[in-house]
Design a protein around this ligand. Structure first.
Ligand SMILES: Nc1ncnc2c1ncn2[C@@H]1O[C@H](COP(=O)(O)OP(=O)(O)O)[C@@H](O)[C@H]1O
Ligand SMILES: [Mg+2]
Length: 272
């Protein structure tokens, strides 16, 4: 999970010229991607020496691929964006660039406001601490003061529904229980932008419904949501806009129903 303030931007390498006026971002959008590309290497961690030697001997190019290629879009305030695409399409990479966890190789990302991101379950928690201790740890990582956390503590525990398990160590929790804790803290820090990457799927039906109600409450209070999921009916219920990624490229961006209709009608990509 990650919370960041003010405008974040990331620029590296042969990035295109920056956008015309930063104030345009301040007034019109909370998130802007401009020609964002992110590459990774195949077999990045394996046989580094041998691969390096072969690359040098054969004078071949390093085997990189685009996890995101030239992606541009603007997200206005109070919007809720569904991000869809096949496995490996680049959805999590897009969220990592949006939250500042990853830096794009090219292009520019601008964010206005605070972010709370539910990306990987267990991130921002310690397995040996109890649920209650992890609430304090995680809330402070997300930028909440100790006083504010203690004020919110009972509401966080009540929303999580963990009952007496709140005093058990996190390593004994199921993934659904970790989700309960993580979501309960994330919504209480009251972020301007809430980013959710698939994790809701591990919650039981009751908790998923509670999460959706809470997301709707955030939406109504003018917050922005970015939500990656494969549950299309849920995305249609929650989101106004959608972004469809295919092999790292932006295939479609627009009104949620329109994009999801096209996504559902399209044949699956032949390989990952
Ligand atoms: N840290 C990394 N190192 C190398 N390859 C990565 C890394 N993170 C993601 N990838 C690759 O980037 C592509 C997009 O991944 P990801 O954004 O996680 O896809 P999605 O979330 O849509 O399933 C995949 O081919 C994945 O294997
Ligand atoms: Mg992913």
């Amino acid at each position: 999970m990650e919370r960041s303030t003010a405008i974040q931007s990331a620029e590296r390498g042969a990035a295109p010229p920056s956008i015309e006026a930063p104030c345009a971002v301040e007034t019109q959008c909370v998130l802007r991607f401009q020609n964002v590309s992110k590459t990774y290497r195949h077999n990045a961690s394996r046989m580094v020496l041998r691969r390096g030697l072969m690359t040098w001997l054969k004078r071949s190019r390093i085997d990189t691929f685009y996890a995101l290629r030239n992606v541009s879009f603007d997200l206005g305030p109070n919007s809720s964006l569904a991000v869809v695409g096949a496995n490996g399409a680049g959805k999590s990479t897009l969220l990592r660039c949006a939250t500042g966890i990853s830096v794009p190789d090219q292009g520019r990302v601008e964010i206005r406001g605070t972010i709370a991101a539910l990306m990987e379950l267990g991130a921002g928690f310690h397995p040996d601490l109890t649920g209650a201790e992890n609430v304090l740890l995680n809330a402070s990582l997300l930028g909440l003061t100790r006083k504010e956390t203690l004020r919110q503590f009972d509401r966080i525990v009540e929303f999580s529904g963990l009952g007496s398990f709140i005093d058990e160590p996190l390593r004994t929790y199921s993934s659904g229980m970790v989700l309960r804790l993580a979501f309960s803290v994330a919504v209480r820090v009251d972020p301007d932008i809430l980013v959710i990457d698939e994790v809701l799927a591990v919650g039981d039906i009751d908790f998923q419904e509670k999460c959706i109600a809470e997301i709707m409450r955030l939406k109504q209070s003018g917050k922005t949501l970015i939500y990656v999921a494969h549950n299309l009916p849920m995305l249609r219920q929650v989101c106004d806009q959608a972004l469809w990624l295919e092999r790292g490229e932006l295939r479609m961006f627009g009104p949620c129903d329109q994009v999801l209709d096209a996504y559902e009608a399209a044949p699956p990509p032949p390989t990952l």
